[in-house]
Ligand binder design. Structure first.
Ligand code: CAA
Length: 440
């Protein structure tokens, strides 16, 4: 069977950065360790005043198309995933296509365009849509352009403020991909939840603590569903496990839950039994509460074993390296995690060609999806072509006063956009210049 997956990927970060330890913590009167150790974040990326979800998406897509030598005629579909959309009717993909048409002689009139919404999981859902479109043979030889773009901003003094971020990830989905092949197996966990909402408002209403519980519950269900699909999960089968990363501390919890879940009834559980005992079974306890306490105790002991620490260092930690420097990108977050893991592997001479990844996506509201991927032959060249480090290094480090102003500007107030001076200089890129006017 022909393989289908991500052929190429591009990342575009917002051009500003807020240092959480140096700048944010003192202003909040908090210990920097809460952010750097507790949440696992060092820096948040922010858009300058001339950047928004469209410009970041268009700039990522443009670099990707140039790098791969593509023109609009090669692309039959543009899907944008976002939870920061400013238009309830016209999809963000039409704005992005409009930008790209300014720099190509050709247009995207032939391309199907859409916008996906289901909080942070929408980026993966768009990937799935593109995959299904190609698998169904409806692409007529064309590729899909999938973009996940967000300005993940919270209201000032909301606990989520420390986890903000902004950036876009553009991906080409195609047959015989160079980067990763997607598997046909998926597991889902989905329930009607109200942990994180944006009902026609710029900043989300979030029940942060509850959102963490919902993340873990849906992730567990997705693992169970994948197992029901006949996929035998074993922790040692996957070279990397990129999770949706609102902040690395969340992934630390999800990884522990996942490891424990998949170790159950395997050789790993037996090996560990002498050190920390067998996993508690529900039938061994009179009440659910007692069982949960025992599970928590077991998980704490598990994460302190050398076996778990080695697994975490190899499989999870590398996927968090970019997130620590950019914060939460909502729809793009899990795709940044995949890139971070593969980038780390390349930098450490780890050849992952043919290796399996387990990709764990999540969106509040709430849904988790877990699927496997195979690293394709051309992955090294794709990672080498990225300029992520350069983009991160070139960000302008904002003071707290600048942060306060920038945050207000991105409250989608067009007058403010006109009044506030940019902090960086745009260069041969799409810029936001008021509604409907964007150009290179
Ligand atoms: N040194 C080291 N660690 C410290 C510390 C210090 N000085 N001070 C606190 N910590 C630790 C805490 O113990 C805690 O760790 P544990 O959870 O392991 O105990 C961690 O730092 C965070 O501290 P708090 O729990 O006190 O932080 P908070 O309550 O102010 O905010 C939050 C945490 C609720 C997650 C908040 O950041 C938030 O609301 N975030 C937005 C919602 C979110 O990201 N939810 C995640 C799941 S939903 C999702 O994934 C979708 C999405 O993208 C939004």
């Amino acid at each position: 069977m022909t393989t289908v997956g991500i052929d190429a990927i591009e990342i575009r970060t917002g051009k500003l950065q807020l240092d959480l330890a140096e700048t944010f913590a003192p202003a909040q009167d908090e210990d920097p360790g809460k952010y750097t150790k507790g949440l696992g974040l060092h820096v948040s990326s922010f858009p300058d005043v001339y950047e928004d979800i469209v410009t970041m998406a268009a700039n990522a897509a443009h670099r990707l198309m140039e790098r791969k030598g593509l023109t609009p005629d090669d692309i039959g579909r543009i899907d944008v995933a976002t939870e920061s959309a400013f238009d309830n009717s016209k999809p963000v993909s039409t704005y992005v296509a409009g930008c790209l048409e300014q720099v190509y002689d050709d247009d995207f009139h032939h391309a199907n365009k859409g916008e996906r919404k289901f909080a942070c999981i929408a980026g993966t859902q768009s990937l799935d849509d593109a995959y299904n479109w190609i698998r169904a043979g409806r692409n007529r030889g064309r590729k899909a352009l999938v973009i996940a773009t967000d300005t993940a901003l919270y209201a000032r003094d909301d606990p989520g403020e420390a986890t903000q971020g902004a950036g876009a990830v553009a991906m080409i989905v195609d047959e015989n991909p160079d980067f990763v092949e997607l598997s046909t197996d998926q597991g889902f966990g989905s329930a009607d939840e109200t942990d994180f909402l944006k009902p026609n408002q710029q900043f989300p209403s979030v029940d942060g603590k509850r959102s963490m519980k919902v993340y873990l519950a849906r992730m567990r269900e997705a693992m169970e569903d994948l197992e029901r699909a006949g996929v035998d999960l074993h922790p040692d089968d996957f070279a990397l496990i990129p999770f949706h990363t609102p902040f690395p501390g969340m992934v630390r919890k999800a990884a522990a839950l996942g490891y424990r879940h998949v170790c159950r009834d395997t050789d790993v559980e037996l090996t560990l039994a002498e050190e920390i005992g067998r996993q508690p079974r529900r039938e061994e306890f009179k009440t659910q509460e007692q069982f949960f306490d025992a599970i928590e105790e077991y998980t704490d002991a598990l994460t302190e074993t050398e076996r778990y620490e080695d697994w975490y260092a190899d499989t999870i930690e590398p996927t968090l390296e970019i997130a620590r420097e950019v914060g939460n990108w909502y729809t793009g977050s899990v795709h940044v995690a995949r890139v971070a893991g593969l980038k780390h592997a390349l930098e450490h001479d780890r050849d992952l060609t043919g290796a399996q990844l387990l990709v764990a996506s999540y969106g509040s509201g709430a849904q988790a999806e877990i699927h496997a991927e195979t690293v394709a032959d051309g992955w090294k060249a794709e990672i080498e072509a990225l300029n992520v480090d350069d983009q991160l290094d070139r960000r302008y480090d904002i003071s707290f006063a600048e942060y306060e102003r920038i945050h207000d500007v991105h409250n989608h107030d067009t007058d403010d956009y006109a009044d506030v001076e940019e902090l960086t200089t745009p260069s041969e890129e799409f810029v936001f210049d008021g509604w409907g006017r964007m150009g290179e």
